[in-house]
Design a protein around this ligand. Structure first.
Ligand SMILES: Nc1nc2c(ncn2[C@@H]2O[C@H](COP(=O)(O)OP(=O)(O)OP(=O)(O)O)[C@@H](O)[C@H]2O)c(=O)[nH]1
Ligand SMILES: [Mg+2]
Length: 243
């Protein structure tokens, strides 16, 4: 039996959280057990109450807002505490297809990958604005150059992580995780693949992305991450620190 823990980082998502939780299949295959948890990051609306009523396995509540990077880092930790073999992260804002979670975990179940990104640009996209599309292309290209391999969608809000990746991945800033975590995981030697997903832009709630804050946090974090020297992960060596 494999344990899959799906975590949703959520900040003021009362308009979406219930419907989002309902999109996540509870049964994926006979040998997979699914748990769903919410990492609430100081929401000031009814996110926590509604998530609890929607029947998730746990809601972890931060008193104050720590940022999406910090929330995903906490998500990894919670998955491990719950004994996950695979952790899945998915945004709470109804943009990503919960029904496709079985597709993103399959390559890990098959032993073909350690890290799976749901790729919007390999799949279908509904309603993404032009400036967002360009921003996504630019940040994805930057990651492709830094990793010397082609990536199609470096900012996806739907990803799956093997247990080893949950243990080893580091997110070096609290504001965001999207690019730095991929640089971190891939440079440690884990196998990443992308699979096509269907994406539909947010119809309710508010995006947290503000251009200036994003640029001034994410770009320096990418730089800092690349300055670090990755120690390749091997099963015997495990937890060695980076220098
Ligand atoms: N824990 C936590 N989650 C956050 C925070 N800000 C946003 N989120 C959640 O992270 C997910 C992604 O946030 P969005 O604002 O949709 O960001 P995005 O999808 O990159 O941007 P859009 O394309 O505009 O939707 C959603 O589930 C949010 O609720 C935060 O500060 N802390
Ligand atoms: Mg979103």
């Amino acid at each position: 039996m494999k344990k899959v823990v799906v975590f949703l980082p959520a900040y003021n998502e009362e308009d979406c959280i219930v419907e989002m939780i309902q999109t996540i299949p509870r049964t994926m295959s006979p040998d997979v057990e699914v748990k769903i948890i919410v990492i609430d990051d100081g929401s000031k609306d009814k996110t926590v109450e509604l998530a609890n009523r929607a029947g998730v396995d746990a809601v972890y509540q931060n008193e104050t807002n720590q940022g999406l990077g910090a929330a995903v880092r906490q998500g990894f930790q919670r998955c491990l505490e719950l004994g996950a073999d695979i952790g899945v992260m998915i945004d709470a804002d109804l943009e990503y297809p919960g029904r496709q979670i079985p597709d993103v975990i399959q390559p890990i179940l098959d032993g073909k990958a350690d890290y799976v990104m749901g790729s919007r640009f390999l799949g279908t996209i509904e309603g993404m604005k032009v400036h967002r599309r360009l921003g996504n292309y630019a940040f994805t290209l930057l990651q492709s150059i830094l990793l010397k391999r082609w990536i199609h969608d470096g900012q996806s809000g739907m990803r799956a992580f093997s247990k080893e990746v949950l243990q080893e991945a580091e997110i070096i800033h609290d504001y965001n995780y999207a690019q730095v975590v991929t640089l971190n995981i891939v440079r440690k030697g884990f196998r990443m693949i992308e699979i096509p997903i269907h994406y539909q832009v947010r119809k309710k709630g508010e995006s947290f992305i503000k251009f200036k804050a994003y640029m001034s946090s994410v770009l320096p974090a990418i730089y800092r991450e690349m300055r670090r020297k990755p120690i390749p992960f091997t099963k015997s060596q495990g937890n060695e620190e980076w220098t």
